[in-house]
Design a binder for this molecule. Structure first.
Ligand code: C2R
Length: 183
């Protein structure tokens, strides 16, 4: 039996007139809309896993006040995990992590202003002690979504069931490919 739910929550949280029936538990934020082609993978996998999310643009550099109020309010709004993607001098995940006790998962994005991606990776990965950012691989927004769901699953049996089904699908795909190659 497929236990996956359909999550279809996409909101822009600074617009408080948008009311959701289900409260998103995961926030996906990115430094620029130009990161969306990467960050969409996090949204897609969360939808597949039946986890409600919100998604928006917040930049530490370009909108420091918005970043401050977004990060400060996130926990009170019921957000449990923040996924933050950024490219180049990627200060957004670390700055957001400095403003909240929520776990922050950083997605280094290889963007148009990235030299080779290492700039994004290192500025997200090399956080000083005390302010961790869980950093996934370059452009690996899908893994950020899975990890966020796994964090939520520690207190949610439905997400546990959905994750088990998801991993079972992965296993089946590998077994099918193996059979195909082996003939
Ligand atoms: P544009 O395409 O808008 O010029 O952005 C974005 O994440 C994007 O990858 C280019 C890149 O700049 C990044 N950016 C940051 C931050 N704000 C925007 N790294 C930040 O605050 O860390």
């Amino acid at each position: 039996m497929d236990t996956r739910n359909d999550a279809q929550i996409i909101i822009y949280p600074m617009k408080t007139n948008l009311i959701n029936i289900r409260q998103p538990k995961i926030a996906i934020i990115m430094g620029s809309k130009s990161d969306l082609h990467i960050m969409q993978d996090a949204a897609d996998v969360l939808k597949e896993l039946g986890v409600e999310y919100e998604i928006t643009v917040v930049s530490a550099h370009r909108t420091p006040d918005r970043m401050f109020s977004y990060a400060r309010a996130a926990a009170d709004r019921g957000i449990k995990v923040i996924i933050a993607g950024a490219g180049g001098a990627a200060h957004l995940p670390g700055m957001v992590a400095s403003l909240t006790h929520l776990p922050v998962i950083g997605v280094p994005v290889k963007s148009s202003n990235s030299i080779d991606g290492w700039d994004s990776i290192l500025s997200i990965l090399q956080m000083p002690n005390g302010i961790p950012v869980a950093t996934v691989a370059l452009n690996a927004a899908k893994n950020a979504g899975i990890l966020a769901a796994q964090i939520l699953s520690t207190a949610d049996e439905t997400i546990v069931a959905n994750l088990i089904a998801f991993k079972e699908d992965l296993k089946k795909k590998v077994e099918e490919s193996a059979k195909e190659l082996e003939g």
